[in-house]
Structure formats: C-alpha cells, structure tokens
Write a protein that binds this ligand. Structure first.
Ligand code: FAD
Length: 140
C-alpha cells in the first residue's frame, strides 16, 4: 500500500469490493486518505519515507475500506471453487422469478412447490444446505 516515496490507491491497489460492485467510492476514499497523509507529512516537514507513510495504512485499517475488504476476502475463492453459485443458482433464480411472476392462473403455493422441487432436483437437499453454509461463511 505504501513504500519509500509512493502510495497506491483505488483499483491499482486492489481496492474493489466485488460483492457490492463498489470501486469508485473506494478509489475516492483511499485517494483522500493518501492525500491527507501526504499533506500532514508536508506540513510537519517530514520525508515521504515508508515509515512516515504508514499513517496511510493505519487510516485504511480503521476505515470501512479494509473492514469491508477483509469481511469479503474469502468470497472470490469460494465462488471459484463452487461454480454452482455462478451457473446453477442464477439459472434457478431466473426460472423461479419467471414461474412466480408469470400470470398463468396457477396459485402461488403451487408455484412455490414447483420452485422448491426445481432447486432440490438440481442441487439436492444436502447440496442446498451445504451451499447455504458455504455462502454464510463467506459473507459473515
Ligand atoms: C463496467 C464497469 C462498471 C463499474 N460499475 C461500478 C459501479 O457501479 N459502482 C462502483 O463503485 N464502481 C464501479 N466500477 C469500478 C470503478 O469504475 C473503479 O473502481 C474506479 O473507476 C477506480 O478508480 P481508479 O481511479 O482507481 O482507476 P481508474 O478509474 O481506472 O483511473 C485510472 C486512470 O489512470 C489512467 N492511466 C493508466 N495508466 C496510466 C499511465 N501510465 N499514465 C497516466 N495515466 C494512466 C487511466 O487512463 C485512467 O484514467 C465499474 C467498473 C467497470 C469497468
């Protein structure tokens, strides 16, 4: 995040919250914190050494930026290792929405049962519970 004579902010520093599709606010916040650190050092007449610039890292650690990135740090690995979250579930949810929103004279309880059957058929009860646990762990 910083070294002798440099700080890194925004996308180039990996400050992207892919779960919430946030990048621009993290870029602005990290840029502001880096600038504040640099201005403080200038006002105090200090050099931009790695040791002096560590105030930037401390500010980041205390802010929502690092708290959020740490909270979701396991998500990419879980998504890569469990392709069903990116393939099967979007497909099932799209079909569920179509079933539920279609005006076809079928009552909602019957539609709910059809959706449940669809989920169990694709992932099994055991698989659904396992996926829910994995997702909860990743998002905790
Ligand atoms: C399709 C898409 C949708 C997105 N949607 C959202 C959203 O809804 N919400 C959200 O918060 N974020 C969103 N983002 C992410 C967001 O755009 C970025 O996180 C944010 O722009 C990062 O800002 P940045 O200043 O770090 O980098 P950038 O905006 O990429 O700015 C870097 C700048 O440096 C310039 N540059 C590169 N190399 C050099 C060089 N050698 N010399 C001089 N200049 C150079 C580039 O031309 C660029 O202008 C989205 C991104 C994409 C691609």
């Amino acid at each position: 995040m910083h070294g002798d004579g440099w700080v890194i902010c925004g996308d180039s520093g990996g400050f992207v919250n892919s779960v919430h599709r946030e990048g621009s606010n993290l870029a602005m916040t990290t840029g502001k914190m880096a600038a504040e650190t640099i201005i403080r050092l200038r006002d105090e007449g200090k050099d931009y050494t790695a040791a002096n610039l560590k105030g930037y890292r401390s500010a980041l650690e205390q802010s929502f930026v690092m708290k959020d990135l740490k909270k979701y740090r396991d998500v990419p690995e879980i998504l890569h290792g469990n392709r069903q979250f990116l393939t099967t579930y979007p497909e099932l949810l799209t079909r569920a929405a179509h079933t539920m929103l279609k005006v076809d004279g079928v009552d909602k309880l019957t539609k709910e049962r059809e959706i449940k059957r669809d989920f169990v058929a694709r992932r099994s009860r055991f698989g659904l519970v396992g996926d829910a646990i994995k997702l909860m762990r990743a998002l905790r």
